[in-house]
Design a protein around this ligand. Sequence first.
Ligand code: DAK
Length: 263
Amino acid sequence: MAFQHMLFEVANGIATVTFNRPKALNALNAELLAEFGQALAEIDADEAIRVLVLTGSGDKAFVAGADITELATFNALQGKQFARTGQTVISRIQELSIPAIAAVNGYALGGGMEIALACDFIYAAENAMFGLPEITLGIIPGFGGTQRLPRLIGQNMAKEMIFTGKMIPAQEALRLGIANRVCPPDQLLPEVLKTAGQIASRGKVALRAAKQAVNRGLNVDLASGCHIENDAFALCMASADAREGTTAFLEKRKPVFKGSLNG
Ligand code: DAK
């Protein structure tokens, strides 16, 4: 798959998408969003892909937000189309059946931070900067930032970031729980790929069930969440992967998961 504004690579069950508009700090224009949506659809349909990694090209930015040059030219209809594509694409990251990891290698601002927040977790380079600066442009986050950030770090911390538009460095993002880990810039991708490799070796049925149980459970009360977990657990128990995992343990060997329900 070749794209104009993204690099796309698959190796060992790990798909890596690199946002690639370095002259504009990988800012999101309409074409890039559409390409990203297309890539996500293909990733979701490919049974061999077990983990998605998102990063930015160059050493300065993950994604510096929406392309302000383009944003400034939109009429209402184009703005609506941009919003629709963006929201669909960003929800799709969260709803992917496989885990998604953001490797934030510089600025993750506005829509860029919102993409990272839609991933299952974030590793950041020491030089990463996170922020939702929309308020400085007279708008508010439009790709889920007002919803996902408070759920992640609590409403007061999120409101301070959203109301001021200020940027925070990687270590502060780590302290707040936005980033799981901070790495030297040259170690970021190797560390992400190491974790992605561990995840890719697990059973796909169980990964899907675990991701759905956490995501769905977060929107309901504890008792309902435990019911969701119960159903997801039952699905795993019926899978060939669960038979392989338990048999491999008893036979003192490593499991070979096929990612299938039946097998
Ligand atoms: N868009 C377009 N170009 C950008 C850009 C952006 N977001 N960010 C940087 N660039 C370009 C710069 O214009 C510059 O281009 P040249 O002048 O070299 O041609 C080049 O990238 C390098 O940037 P700087 O020279 O500014 O680099 P610095 O190191 O000095 O500063 C910076 C880095 C990241 C602090 C600064 O570039 C900056 O503040 N950038 C803008 C950050 C920002 O405000 N991003 C937009 C956030 S708002 C919507 C839903 C969502 C959204 C919109 C609508 N709907 C539902 C309709 C999303 C909105 C956002 O993301």
